[in-house]
Design a protein around this ligand. Sequence first.
Ligand SMILES: O=C[C@H](O)[C@H](O)[C@H](O)COP(=O)(O)O
Length: 223
Amino acid sequence: MTADEMKKAVAMAALDLVKPMLAADVVIGIGTGSTANHFIDALKPYANDFLGAVASSDASAQRLKANGVDVLELNSAGTLPVYVDGADEFDPRFNLIKGGGAALTREKIVAQASQQFICIVDGSKQVPVLGNFPLPVEVIPMARSLVARELVKLGGDPVYREGVITDNGNVILDVHNLSITDPKGLEAAINNLPGVVCNGLFALRGADVVLMGTPDGVQSLSI
Ligand SMILES: O=C[C@H](O)[C@H](O)[C@H](O)COP(=O)(O)O
């Protein structure tokens, strides 16, 4: 089974969890990336069974609309019952690194607005300790160098993701060589740096459910 087939399988498993929640007044949260894209495509036959979705990126919003799903603003949607999204890494406590596709800030907002976060991943994303995947940090452009120096003080090696501007008009620093033994503490410490909009650690609000695709099928993991 290819990685893409595993991503599709976890997306279908997530759909099985979400289908019973769908109703005429229900709005769901949708993430960003190649795994979330499979989930968006899988929603197409059910597009008329729920009110719509809040998207964590312009790219996902466009894909949802192409699949017949109405896209709503979070401000008019209230609390969402569920958020479905991928991740770049997850640890045994369901702390995550996200933002490989630069959508981390809106993802964190929609996750925070949701009662349940279903994380859909292939097995390559499972790690004992977060940090092998460089941690994305979204930064106000004028603060890029300042924040980079502060991230070095925290023990990381930040690299400017050249050519990438987020949906919010900001830039991304990818922080290499972190061994993240205190995900909540590091998430808060980075968020406290002036110029940082958001960082890709999802520990203060991690995943509730992880569905992991393996060559032997989809595993529903528990903490
Ligand atoms: O910014 C992107 C998101 O955090 C994605 O959820 C993450 O990068 C995983 O993407 P993929 O499903 O393509 O591996």
